[in-house]
Design a protein around this ligand. Sequence first.
Ligand code: ATR
Length: 268
Amino acid sequence: MDVFGLVGNPVGHSLSPPMHEAAYDELDLEARYVTFEPEPDAIADAIDGAAALGVTGLNVTIPFKQDVLDCVEADELASRIGAVNTIDFTGERVTGHNTDAVGALRALRDHDVTIEGARAVVVGAGGAGRAIAFGLADAGASVAIANRTASKAHDLAAEVPDATGHDLAEETLAELLSEADVLVNATSVGMDDDETPVPAETLHGDLAVLDAVYSPLETRLLRDAADAGATTVDGAWMLLYQGVEAFELWTGRDAPVDAMNQALRSRL
Ligand code: ATR
């Protein structure tokens, strides 16, 4: 029996357990996916304990994504992003990875969006923004990062190859988006409210718009984007593909994407 899990605090409403268990059911794997909620100062002990107990893989979420960098051998991308969301115990060393970045790319590619050579605008420079900006840049996009606190966008842009930092003023977004192919919302704006970080007037039909927010699935940004004729990709796709990537890393098998997607969407 393989044990997988999610470490965070809180983890009560996570959709990862049903999504991963749907994959185990589909492939007849003897495995369970459980949630763990260690106290904030006990994360290093928790990771060591999981290794000692023979846990196969862990996902990591708030507030531990940065802390676990010190407990594992992080790969190059996770080190640059500065956050680990997936720990692999199957090798000789305990390794840390970041599947959020690749999850965003796979979500876009799944909707026939070309990243290589694309001009991308990432709104937000927090944890999600960092992962997505590095992912897009690694895949060959030029990335403009726009953030309410402009200094954070400039700081992040200095780390990401071929990136520029900007404020979130409407004129700035209008100018950036008029030239852009891809827009990603990596802020929390739109989560359980009907707000958008990007004025509808700045959107156009040649854009592909990914919203990292998945509750609600149809955010105001995605509604506005659809009205403008843009390709829309909701946040559940990103959540799905970060899980798919983790599953494939741990098991070495192709994930049953449809079964995982169905399990996820039936709960959103
Ligand atoms: P996460 O890990 O989900 O990215 P985070 O690190 O707290 O969360 O980052 C939240 C992001 O949403 C930030 O880019 C934040 O902008 P600031 O850096 O200016 O705080 C952005 N954000 C949150 N609320 C916002 C709002 N009302 N308008 C615009 N941006 C907002």
